[in-house]
Design a binder for this molecule. Structure first.
Ligand code: SF4
Length: 350
């Protein structure tokens, strides 16, 4: 409860550690009732559940929700088995075939084609059904705004999803497209087709898989541009070997405090700010939207646009120097804190 980004970033707090399926709707209804009754209607900027939870205190808020829940828990809102079945039908699994794992043609192609193998190791994830994989088409080509897709590419994706993934795609919050049910023996064909449409970026989850809002190029609320910042970082790190050496990293960019680019939860977060009419960028470190979610901490005074790629390079340099074997950036950061990064970044700026 009460999580959210924007001007007041807050990590959600646990209200129920477990809710039975049939009580899910009443549990949510109880939360909404408390908010509806006590939320800040006097101030539209504070009319948010996160503000109410913060002002009330989590424990007290939780008690109010539990009291409310007791009134409706076994009411007509309780979900019946028939209702759960009815809803379930909207999400029926596709008609998977009975297949073996890792077919021979996949193993051969992985051994004989380095580019395919690199894409496979980064963008293809295991599936719970034997013989299938989950493919993410990563729209993070250097020189193209993160997440931008042309009409021709979308047409091609639609055709490919019909051909290889039961006609379904998902759009991810990382501004990529997921094909959730691809047969392993068709992965190579799919990759070839993606390559022909310039959609085979193999940087999923790496530093250049940036989340970036439209910023000052397209958004009237922006303090600063964000797309050129993403592009300058992508140019600086346009080397796949180096990217995989750096490993898992989330870099998120927003053009203003509204945080559409989720900069608060980026391992590295970049926020466009206005400094006496000039576009500047504030950098934060240590954010994460994974299970142990955290909000990034601002490293110090903001930077000019042209300084940002070097600042990111310095941060990455500190991480590479200080990391233990196989330690991810976020784990190194949590172990050593912000100071070593701060010292190097500002020592360089001086
Ligand atoms: S974060 Fe700000 S600049 Fe970026 S899209 Fe949202 S409102 Fe616009």
């Amino acid at each position: 409860m009460g999580g959210g980004l924007g001007r007041t970033p807050v990590i959600g707090k646990e209200i129920f550690d477990f809710v039975e399926k049939k009580h899910l709707l009443t549990a949510l209804e109880a939360i909404l009732r408390v908010y509806n009754r006590e939320g800040r209607r006097d101030n539209k900027y504070k009319a948010r559940i996160k503000i109410l939870v913060k002002e009330t205190g989590v424990e007290e808020f939780k008690n109010k929700v539990i009291e409310e829940w007791a009134l409706i828990k076994d009411s007509s809102l309780t979900l019946t088995d028939e209702e759960i079945d009815r809803c379930q039908k909207f999400f029926d699994a596709p008609d998977h075939q009975k297949l073996g794992n890792s077919p021979a043609q996949l193993t051969d192609k992985l051994q004989s084609n380095i580019l395919f193998a690199a894409w496979h190791s980064q963008n293809v994830k295991p599936h719970k059904v034997l013989g299938y994989s989950i493919v993410t088409v990563c729209f993070k080509e250097t020189g193209v705004a993160p997440g931008d897709v042309t009409d021709r590419q979308l047409e091609q994706i639609a055709d490919l999803s019909d051909q290889y993934s039961f006609g379904e795609i998902r759009i991810s919050h990382k501004q990529n497209i997921v094909m959730a049910d691809v047969r392993q023996d068709q992965l190579f064909e799919l990759w070839k087709a993606l390559e022909s449409g310039a959609m085979a970026s193999r940087n999923l989850g790496l530093l250049t898989d940036v989340i970036c809002c439209p910023g000052g190029d397209f958004c009237a609320l922006a303090n600063a541009k964000s797309i050129p910042i993403a592009e300058s970082i992508q140019r600086k790190f346009d080397d796949h070997e180096e990217l995989t050496n750096i490993g898992e990293m989330n870099l998120n960019i927003s053009g203003c405090m509204n945080a559409c680019g989720h900069h608060h939860v980026g391992n590295i977060g970049i926020l466009g700010v206005d400094k006496k009419g000039e576009e500047y960028y504030q950098v934060s470190l240590g954010g994460s939207s994974k299970n142990n979610a955290s909000l990034g901490k601002i490293i110090g005074p903001s930077f000019a646009q042209e300084e940002i790629p070097d600042v990111v390079e310095t941060i990455v340099g500190v991480y590479k120097e200080m990391r233990n074997d196989d330690e991810k950036f976020i784990d190194t950061y949590n172990r050593i804190g912000i100071d070593p990064f701060k010292e190097k970044v500002y020592a360089k700026a001086d």
